[in-house]
Design a protein around this ligand. Structure first.
Ligand SMILES: Cc1ncc(COP(=O)(O)O)c(C=O)c1O
Length: 404
């Protein structure tokens, strides 16, 4: 059986140009990168071009991209309708500093799509959307305690992977175990009158694609109602699990929802929205006291990307098919792992899933499939794009079967 050292030596020997680029990158960027999650050992390959389902690195290797930019790449790398919308915008001007009509079209598509969103505002990232939603909840309730969950991830400054992170913003967080009904009920008993909001992923994404347990979201809904606290769903990843997001799939409506990732077709994007009376805090005509700054909030390239993505590409049928394909992949991988000695298993919902296992086995799995041209996250995360076909899924399963 291959060792980790052998897997790394094999990887390194096939990628002299990426190795040299890594040395160069480290001379100007700490760790050689500017998005920490993209690093893996011994060094990441550098992409030269990307099209449809494929990435091609500077050493000439082609990969089928099963990672889909951590869910932002749902449409693939260069979707034609988004490219055309952006090209048209490039011709008519894109650095405006004024309002335009494309942001209205984008907002309309989002309000029409997600059942709990009556009014929406845009940001540049999912992190920013969550920061804004928290601030709005604190303003709305006049309280400061924020309930979040262990292993939850809401952005680089809102990360609860190991309880907390030195990078986190200094809010008054109450970090509770996910899917633990008793501890949430106890926290509301003790602190109910101080809780501004509960911020929860309907399925924890970075935390390993762990869905909320049956009844857990409904329990949060009723605890928040009883305590006059707001329920915020972070749907930055999960909004792709059904046409109306996880809130529609699980049948529980939050007060506020945050969005991001794929909704601008791969361009920079974030949004927060929800009940009209809560969002009225941003409406001066309604006496609202809050402002939301942000030079690029309504940047017309991203707004055009949203209109193309939701207006032209993502039909209900397409959303259903990519999620069905993901269910089949997850179930088949679990069958393969169950039939071997490899201590691996897969969790997730629809097109989003994560392989779980001991660190060394995960490292070997990652390099084994990468060596056969399959790219997924080192931590085992997979987010299928609409460019991944049934035939590709079958070929990937064959690769895993041979390795396992
Ligand atoms: C659930 C969730 N919320 C928020 C974020 C942060 O989004 P962004 O990276 O756009 O800031 C992420 C990113 O992975 C996420 O998975």
């Amino acid at each position: 059986m291959t060792s980790v050292d052998e897997a790394h030596a094999n990887y390194r020997s096939k990628r002299p140009l990426s190795a040299a680029a890594d040395v160069e990158a480290r001379s100007v960027m700490p760790g050689g990168n500017t998005r920490s999650v993209l690093h893996f050992d011994p060094f990441p390959f550098r992409v030269a071009s990307a099209d449809g389902p494929h990435l091609i690195d500077i050493d000439g290797h082609t990969y089928v991209d099963l990672l889909g930019n951590y869910t932002a790449g749902l449409l693939g790398h260069c979707p034609a309708p988004v490219r055309m919308a952006v090209s048209a915008t490039l011709e008519t001007g894109f650095a405006m500093g004024a309002t335009h009509t494309v942001e209205i079209d984008a907002a309309r598509l989002i309000v029409d799509r997600f059942p709990s969103i009556e009014h929406v505002r845009f940001t540049n990232s999912g992190t920013e959307a969550n920061l804004m939603a928290i601030a709005l909840a604190m303003h709305h309730t006049g309280r400061s305690k924020i309930v979040v969950f262990e292993e939850g991830y809401h952005g680089g400054v809102l990360s609860f992977a190991h309880g907390s992170s030195p990078m986190n913003v200094p809010h008054d967080f109450l970090v509770l175990p996910f899917n633990d009904f008793d501890s949430v009920a106890a926290a509301f008993d003790k602190f109910g009158a101080q809780i501004a909001c509960v911020l929860v992923e309907p399925m924890q994404g970075s935390g390993g694609c762990i869905p909320a347990a049956d009844g857990f979201l409904a329990e949060l809904r009723s605890l928040c109602d009883n305590a006059d606290a707001l329920l915020i769903f972070d749907e930055v990843m999960t909004s792709r699990l059904s046409p109306g997001g996880a809130q529609q799939l699980f049948g529980v409506m939050p007060d506020l929802t945050t969005l991001g990732k794929y909704l601008a077709g791969g361009l920079t994007f974030g949004a927060f929205g929800g009940k009209r009376d809560i969002l009225a805090a941003f409406d001066p005509a309604a006496g609202g006291a809050l402002t939301q700054a942000g030079t690029f909030n309504n940047n017309i390239l991203s707004m055009s990307g949203v209109v193309a993505t939701l207006g032209e590409v993502l039909t209900d049928e397409l959303i259903a098919s990519v999620n069905e394909r993901g269910d089949r992949l997850r179930e088949s991988l679990n069958e393969i792992f169950a039939a071997t000695d490899r201590p691996l298993s897969v969790r997730g919902v629809g097109s989003l899933m994560a392989v779980h296992g001991p660190d060394e086995t995960m490292e070997l799995f990652f390099h084994a499939v990468l060596d056969h041209g399959w790219y997924l996250a080192r931590r085992g995360f997979i987010a299928l794009s609409i460019e991944i076909t049934d035939a590709m899924v079958n070929d990937f399963l064959a690769t895993v079967r041979n390795w396992a």
